[in-house]
Design a binder for this molecule. Structure first.
Ligand SMILES: Nc1ncnc2c1ncn2[C@@H]1O[C@H](COP(=O)(O)OP(=O)(O)O)[C@@H](O)[C@H]1O
Ligand SMILES: O=P(O)(O)OC[C@H](O)CO
Length: 495
């Protein structure tokens, strides 16, 4: 009887369940979108129940459509949008407030205060992160400070905190397992990445009761079993990882110097630095890539908040295109000398600028500017932002030996060629671009003994296409100089 690995990939705009063979090939997938809530300017929320029900529904659909008996699923893994913060009552399982999404900027004033108080170097030293509202701690503090009765209940031990992995695990195991993995913990601003434990000084700073926090485990670990009533039989949950780290794993970037960049709603470039936790002097993040048998592999990360979302905005906001893939047709028909720059700082700027109050702009408009120039500038903005990250990594003394890409925008060949040109580096696309789901399936397979080693997993990664740079250096430098000038002009310091 065939056996399978099942992944839940709970993302920012949709949830997927992906079923893999025990060799790591995709058998089938199911996907569901859910509502986004924007209660105030800069706030982004999800209903936690939507995240749970879409996860269960996608698993049920994928198994049913393939007519697969649940007992054939050897193991499952959970990967998730990171940092998004949920607090729930452990007696009822009900969240006391909506999930506060990673993009949410409500804590920006508080974060500025942390910077003004000179606390950012200490935060960076312990956690590898910065004083930015992106991370969980300041969102969790907001819930405890603003939801009536929350702090008292938390102190009594009645409330639990989790990122989305933890929330799903707790519900799938009917409250039996309150755990996270080290890659997710490393995004909270509460976790000391050197000691691999919740940091007492940070818990005191943010005023977070330790009893709310999950136990932190390896990324491949026996997290519990899903309750029989949910999917028809118990399935061992053998892996959890933040989605970007899971993609690094799915891209088989196991050696120091290997990097991947995922182009979904945002873009996240992660470079494996092996057993060294590099402290960036250039505003990049240091993060746990994965932890196996207690051994931590670290990474540096550049996070860009708006990548594919810029194309979505051109489609849904400005209605300049009907479908995302039209962007490629328009770009192919646009001379590179068009002179338009778009800076999609819709929710501020992430790495390396970390300017939560910057807002977007389009520069260089003339009477000749039309739809195709603006759409092309949208695609190019994502390449320039990747260049910013590459430059920052170089200043920090690390240079990707190769860049493996994935995510929705990796379907756009024009974009990938311009990316290779602007980076002056080769860009590789794998055959399976569901690398996030694949990464956590690999991790679950490792724990189940289906994959015997990282070398074994490497054999399951296959190249689909490579893009080599053809642009000259003077041209590349000229385009990039135009971007740097534009990005300076959206800085919040000027507003
Ligand atoms: N051919 C394309 N060209 C440019 N952008 C695209 C293309 N296809 C999809 N996208 C963008 O990719 C994003 C979807 O990617 P996906 O990896 O599914 O995102 P997420 O997991 O963050 O929801 C959307 O923002 C969409 O605008
Ligand atoms: O849901 P995604 O794929 O946009 O990823 C979100 C990131 O994990 C946020 O840090």
């Amino acid at each position: 009887m065939d056996r399978y690995l099942l992944s839940i990939d709970q993302g920012t705009t949709s949830t997927r369940a992906v079923l893999f063979t025990t060799e790591g090939a995709i058998v089938a997938k199911a996907q569901s979108e859910f509502p986004q809530y924007f209660p105030e300017n800069g706030w982004v929320e999800h209903d936690p129940n939507d995240l749970l029900t879409t996860s269960i529904d996608c698993c049920q659909r994928v198994l049913k459509e393939q007519n697969i008996d649940v007992s054939q699923v050897a193991a499952m893994g959970i990967t998730n949008q990171r940092e998004t913060t949920i607090v729930w009552d452990k007696n009822t399982g009900k969240a006391i407030y909506n999930a506060i999404v990673w993009q949410d900027r409500r804590a920006s004033v508080y974060c500025q205060q942390l910077k003004d108080d000179g606390l950012e170097p200490m935060l960076q030293e312990k956690t590898g992160l910065l004083a930015d509202p992106y991370f969980s701690a300041t969102k969790l503090k907001w819930v405890l400070d603003n939801v009536s009765g929350a702090r008292q209940k938390a102190e009594q031990g009645d409330l639990l905190f989790g990122t989305v992995d933890t929330y799903l695990l707790w519900h799938l195991t009917h409250g039996k397992s309150h755990k996270t993995d080290a890659s997710n913990a490393s995004r909270t601003l509460l976790f000391n990445i050197h000691t691999q434990s919740w940091d007492k000084k940070l818990l005191a700073l943010f005023d977070i009761p330790e009893c709310m926090l999950p136990e932190v485990a390896d990324s491949a670990h026996d997290f519990g079993v899903s309750e029989k009533s949910i999917l028809g039989a118990e399935i061992p949950i053998l892996a959890m990882a933040g989605d970007q780290q899971a993609a690094l794993f799915g891209q088989a970037c196991f050696k120091s110097g290997m990097a991947k960049s995922t182009y979904g709603t945002g873009c996240f470039l992660i470079l494996n630095t092996g057993d060294k936790a590099l402290t960036s002097k250039n505003q990049l993040l240091t993060t746990v890539a994965y932890r196996l048998n207690g051994k931590v592999t670290y990474a540096v990360e550049g996070s860009i908040f708006v990548a594919g979302a810029a194309i979505q905005w051109l489609r849904d906001g400005l209605k300049l295109i009907n479908q995302a893939d039209e962007a490629e047709i328009l770009a192919r028909d646009t001379p590179l000398s068009h002179g338009v720059y778009m800076v999609p700082a819709f929710t501020g700027l992430g790495a390396p600028y970390w300017d939560p109050d910057a807002r977007g702009a389009i520069f260089g408009l003339t009477r000749n500017t039309g739809i195709k120039e603006i759409v092309t500038a949208g695609l190019q903005s994502v390449c320039y932002q990747t260049k910013d990250l590459q430059k920052s990594m170089e200043i920090d003394g690390v240079r990707p030996v190769s860049l493996r890409v994935d995510g929705g925008m990796a379907a756009n060949a024009w974009f990938l060629q311009f990316l290779a040109d602007i980076l002056g580096a080769r860009v590789d696309v794998p055959k399976v671009i569901e690398t996030t789901a694949q990464g956590v399936a690999f991790l679950a397979g490792l724990q189940a003994g289906i994959f015997t080693s990282l070398e074994h997993i490497e054999t399951a990664w296959n190249l689909e296409a490579s893009y080599d740079p053809v642009m000259t250096k003077p041209e590349r430098d000229k385009f990039y100089a135009g971007w740097k000038k534009s990005v300076k002009r959206v800085s919040s310091e000027l507003n």
